[in-house]
Design a protein around this ligand. Structure first.
Ligand SMILES: NC(=O)c1ccc[n+]([C@@H]2O[C@H](COP(=O)([O-])OP(=O)(O)OC[C@H]3O[C@@H](n4cnc5c(N)ncnc54)[C@H](O)[C@@H]3O)[C@@H](O)[C@H]2O)c1
Length: 357
């Protein structure tokens, strides 16, 4: 796997391995691109089965961040970091601060934030060693939990899908299935209910379902994700784990539109063709779930929620642009989204070759 770092399939600018034995820190930073600015992306703290698994994950995630940040219109490149280990047992102040010092050592080429296994409070600790960190507590001037604008951005994506597919952004009476009502999913349900949609949810956690029902008793509950997928829906919103769209689920899917927060929804790249063949409109995940990175990146300028929300509202227009490009170039939306992101990285990134003082 490691030989892939220099291969065509990788193309990363920089990969850095860091170790601090006394605290047990083992971290890998991957910077895919700084064409548009410092590489922003979260820190995933996860008990990887092997170093190769950790490397594969950080390479894929950092590339994904470069595309996400480019498409979100941010002046930021893409990077990501992984810390190898079980956060429940090895996360300590010393480990997080050692990690912060390594972030600082990259001199701002990489800016970190939360991801799976790291939380706002962890970023507060990391911030004691580096200024290249975002997603800190609101009490510390941070942007806080990024789920708020992630859910809002996905809602904008659903409105854009509705306007493209049905000629109206009005979701009144539309049946929307939300699979996974965790941090993002339960806020998305709020937006949908407010917009007059009929919402059906599923979650493996009874507590997550209870929280939604306590606020919205009229929401329907499917027994599991499989039942939700097979339900008659206008929109299916995957908001749990990756791989929700696969060879097993797509043939059963009854929705006309798929638009949700989960990262890496397509289990394999060929799944998108199956969606196209079935006439299902798919809003690329990294396009519509960019509200979170928009929220935390705003903290770099002194966090202003209203400004960040305005930027996340633009996900509506970008989603429409992606569908328009897909039509013009005769490609699926995920390919169109990649092309838009690559164009911005290339066209705007090139401007850095013009010397300014
Ligand atoms: N939080 C963010 O700002 C953000 C930003 C971008 C993308 N995402 C992505 O959105 C997704 C949700 O993120 P989150 O922060 O809400 O996570 P979360 O862990 O708070 O919520 C996920 C929910 O999915 C449920 N779940 C797990 N397996 C399930 C299954 N098989 N069927 C139904 N429900 C299941 C969990 O019980 C949980 O309630 C993830 O894929 C995440 O990577 C999140």
């Amino acid at each position: 796997m490691t030989e892939g770092i220099f291969g065509r399939e990788s193309g990363h600018e920089q990969v850095v391995f860091c170790q601090d034995e006394p605290s047990g820190l083992k971290a890998i930073f991957a910077i895919y691109s700084t064409a548009l600015g410092p590489a922003l992306g979260g820190t995933r703290f996860y008990p990887y089965a092997s170093e190769d698994d950790a490397i594969a994950d950080v390479l894929a995630l950092s590339k994904g961040m470069a595309y996400k940040n480019a498409l979100a219109g941010l002046d930021l490149g893409g990077g990501k970091a992984v810390i190898i280990g079980d956060p429940a047992t090895v996360k300590t102040e010393a480990l997080l601060r050692a990690y912060g010092r390594f972030v600082q050592s990259l001199s701002g080429r990489y800016i970190t934030a939360c991801d799976v296994g790291t939380y706002v409070q962890d970023m507060d600790v990391v911030a004691r060693e580096t200024r290249f960190v975002t997603g800190r507590s609101p009490d510390d001037g941070g942007a806080g939990d990024s789920s708020v604008l992630t859910a809002f951005g996905v809602f904008q994506g659903i409105r854009a899908c509705a306007s493209y597919r049905w000629g109206t952004t009005d979701l009144t009476g539309r049946r929307v299935g939300v699979s996974g009502v965790g941090k993002v999913g339960h806020i998305l349900v709020e937006h949908l209910v407010e917009a007059g949609a009929q919402v059906v949810i599923s979650d493996v956690s009874p507590a997550a379902i209870e929280r939604v029902l306590a606020a919205h008793p009229d929401v329907d509950v499917a027994t599991d994700a499989d039942e939700l997928i097979a339900t008659t829906l206008d929109v299916f919103a995957p908001c749990a784990l990756g791989g929700a769209l696969n060879d097993r689920t797509v043939p059963k899917l009854r929705a006309e539109v798929v638009c949700g927060a989960a990262n890496n929804q397509l289990a394999t790249p060929d799944i998108e063709k199956q969606l196209v063949d079935r006439g299902i409109l798919y809003a690329p995940d990294y396009l519509v779930n960019a509200g979170g990175v928009i929220q935390v990146s705003d903290e770099l300028h002194g966090f202003d929620f209203a400004r960040a929300k305005r930027k996340a509202t633009a996900i509506f227009d970008t989603t429409r642009d992606v569908f328009a490009l897909a039509d013009t170039e005769g490609v699926p939306p995920a390919t169109a989204a990649d092309r838009l992101a690559e164009r911005r990285m290339s066209e705007v990134g090139r401007l850095r070759s013009i010397l300014t003082r």
